[in-house]
Design a binder for this molecule. Structure first.
Ligand SMILES: NC(=O)C1=CN([C@@H]2O[C@H](COP(=O)(O)OP(=O)(O)OC[C@H]3O[C@@H](n4cnc5c(N)ncnc54)[C@H](OP(=O)(O)O)[C@@H]3O)[C@@H](O)[C@H]2O)C=CC1
Ligand SMILES: O=C1Nc2ccccc2C1=O
Length: 315
């Protein structure tokens, strides 16, 4: 399988091209760093550097990071080791505004400007391709800025060229509407949990983002094929995913990723396994028919799995 060029999605206001699949340095890699919280912020984990280097060697040119993952140094090291020119990589980072769900204070309490300047220094680079506010949940016990102040700082960094695109993550319609009232620049991206078993992270979010030209990115894209996320071996998509993976001679994971890509959303996936990293690119070698796409959508909608922010979104 050879993918000559990774397809891209174009962002509406800046016309910037985003590679249509991204590699995440959070989730399992964050957990690995957080096994030892005292040292997480300054210890460089060479196993994680190797994982990210493997991902870059496999062909990933879109890398997803976040201040809260404490894996910036590992990402930076892998990017440096790759010797790939800066303009051939798409690097995303996110503002850590503290975590309301587990009461963890912000690591850049004065706002995204502090976070961006610290991050760019670690990466030894001049700009991020995309910088996101990690979630809409701002808590004055954990951070010194409000969402409005944080967005304004992000807009200033955008005007200064420190970030080429700005966006949000885990925003529902209500929070986006709130943001739109004071935003000088609209968010370009909303990164949310999205897959066949969670087709709307929150009510109406996909339609709202499409209508407002906000590109969606999908985290947890492999949920429908991960036994550790679905506690039911007879879940409704199991058979159709198996059938389609045989038909197209691809991994079951590729059916899950392809459906997301075909729905116009950018999957952000991850792995610590170099073979699986390469396999992810097979999503650009086949196309689901309209009927297959719609069947997956319909069957997927009959079942719900949410891995993140349940306590905040399922009130
Ligand atoms: N904005 C936000 O709030 C959030 C953002 N994210 C971002 O999204 C990224 C991806 O999230 P995540 O949920 O981990 O993504 P995925 O849904 O891609 O799940 C990754 C898991 O799937 C396994 N896996 C990978 N390929 C395969 C395969 N072919 N078959 C079976 N299992 C496979 C991996 O294990 P193995 O290593 O064994 O391959 C890994 O444990 C994060 O790293 C982070 O960057 C994540 C959560 C929240
Ligand atoms: O990868 C992630 N793991 C997380 C855990 C809690 C909140 C956000 C995230 C991520 O973005």
């Amino acid at each position: 399988m050879t993918v000559q060029k990774i397809p891209t999605f174009k962002l509406a206001y800046t016309n910037y091209e985003v590679p249509a699949i991204g590699f995440g340095s959070g989730s399992k890699h964050r957990l690995k760093k957080w096994e030892n919280p005292e040292t997480a912020a300054f210890r460089v984990d060479q196993d994680i550097v190797k994982v990210i280097s493997d991902a870059i060697n496999a062909g990933f040119n879109h890398l997803d990071g976040a201040e809260t993952y404490t894996t910036r140094a590992e990402l930076a090291q892998a990017v440096k080791d790759s010797c790939i020119p800066r303009d051939q990589l798409f690097i995303t980072d996110k503002y850590d505004q503290g975590w309301a769900n587990f009461k963890r204070a912000s690591t850049s309490p004065s706002g995204p400007r502090e976070s961006i300047l610290k991050g760019l220094k670690i990466f030894n680079m001049d700009y991020y391709d995309l910088f996101l506010i990690h979630s809409p949940f701002f808590d004055s016990d954990l951070v010194d800025v409000t969402l409005e102040e944080a967005w304004k700082q992000l807009e200033e960094c955008y005007e200064q060229g420190l970030v080429k695109n700005i966006g949000v993550s885990n925003f529902d319609v209500e929070n986006l509407e709130k943001l739109m009232k004071f935003a000088k620049y609209k968010p370009q991206v909303n990164q949310i949990e999205y897959h066949l078993y969670l087709q709307n992270q929150t009510d109406g979010i996909n339609d709202y983002c499409r209508e407002n030209n906000i590109q969606l990115e999908a985290y947890c894209p492999l949920t429908p094929v991960l036994e550790n996320r679905i506690n039911d071996e007879n879940h409704p998509l199991k058979l159709i995913i198996e059938k389609l993976s045989k038909k197209y001679n691809v991994e079951k994971s590729s059916i899950s990723l392809r459906w997301i890509y075909q729905s116009g959303v950018i999957p952000i996936t991850t792995s610590a396994n170099a073979e699986r990293m390469k396999q992810a690119f097979e999503i650009f070698t086949f196309e689901l028919t309209n009927e297959e796409f719609e069947d997956l959508k319909k069957i997927g909608a009959s079942y719900k799995v949410r891995a993140y922010f349940s306590e905040l979104f399922e009130k």
